[in-house]
Design a protein around this ligand. Structure first.
Ligand SMILES: Nc1ncnc2c1ncn2[C@@H]1O[C@H](COP(=O)(O)OP(=O)(O)OP(=O)(O)O)[C@@H](O)[C@H]1O
Length: 260
């Protein structure tokens, strides 16, 4: 019997033999990966190689895409997240997501952050909710900029502030895993630096998984990197090694800009 390698120590997420199909298109082909807790893992690879598709498997966002089929096994803390007993809405409170384009709700800054704790019944009193909103905005490094205008619309903030608001919204439900799909691609360099700094801080508390097209960003914020190519993970390991001495030719070619 062939033995699979032992999981990475303190793996939060274990994926085994994951396949994703969009109709006839086999977009993810037999992906096996262990993602450690309290660290940032970057998914890199050329356009269309399946990074976002695989990321969406981790909070079952692909369930919402008609014609998309996921096979294999994905465990978070040893629990099969595709088990029938798992409620995807509860799962998404535990596995939060931040998207490419900041997408605050057309509501006040306060209500954007309060929304998750309210619908999941995480607080009992207004004072508790106020506390969660304040703490989440603090963690997202936005509190000082918005504390005097919590009733103003979230959509009125700058792009970088909106993205930090979306991060505050994601962490307000106390997720354990935070998925970020190119979270800085719509931001200018200053806002990008702020969000990157935030990501580095978040890893003390969360398991962060980020899809990025920027090699510099992957090198700056992540401790581990997985290289995707045509639906498979060709190589995965410590970021330093991936960027200085990769084992796979495709990783080498990609990080040196020969394709992608
Ligand atoms: N909603 C969808 N419906 C049908 N096919 C899809 C959908 N989303 C992605 N695909 C297909 O799945 C494959 C992987 O796409 P995916 O967006 O996951 O790649 P990616 O590596 O994240 O790309 P990019 O870096 O350009 O965002 C592609 O062939 C794509 O066309």
């Amino acid at each position: 019997m062939t033995e699979l390698p032992l999981p990475v120590k303190a793996a939060k997420v274990n994926a085994r033999n994951v396949q994703v199909y969009y109709g006839q298109n086999h977009a993810i082909k037999d992906v096996n990966i262990d993602i450690p807790s309290e660290s940032v893992t970057a998914f890199i690879g050329p356009s269309g190689c399946g990074k976002s598709t695989f990321l969406r498997c981790l909070n079952r966002m692909n369930d919402t895409i008609v014609g998309c089929r996921v096979e294999g096994r994905i465990e978070i803390d040893g629990e099969d997240i595709y088990d029938r007993r798992v409620d995807p809405v509860q799962l998404r409170a535990k596995v939060g997501m931040v998207f490419q384009k900041p997408n605050p709700f057309p509501k006040s800054i306060y209500d954007n952050v309060a929304y998750g704790p309210k619908i999941h019944g995480l607080t009992r009193t207004k004072a508790e909710l106020d506390e969660v909103v304040e703490q989440s905005l603090h963690k997202a490094a936005l509190w000082n900029e918005v504390k005097d205008r919590l009733a103003a619309p979230g959509t009125g903030l700058s792009g970088g502030q909106q993205q930090r608001l979306c991060i505050a919204r994601a962490i307000a439900t106390s997720p354990e895993v935070l998925l970020m799909d190119e979270p800085c691609s719509a931001l200018d360099p200053i806002a990008t630096a702020q969000v990157e700094e935030l990501i580095s801080e978040l890893r003390n508390q969360y398991t962060v998984i980020i899809v990025t097209h920027s090699m510099q960003q992957a090198a700056r914020v992540s401790q581990r990197t997985a290289m995707f190519h045509m639906g498979i993970v060709v190589e995965e390991g410590p970021t330093d090694k991936m960027f200085t001495n990769p084992d796979d030719r495709r990783t080498q070619d990609y990080i040196t800009g020969r394709f992608g």
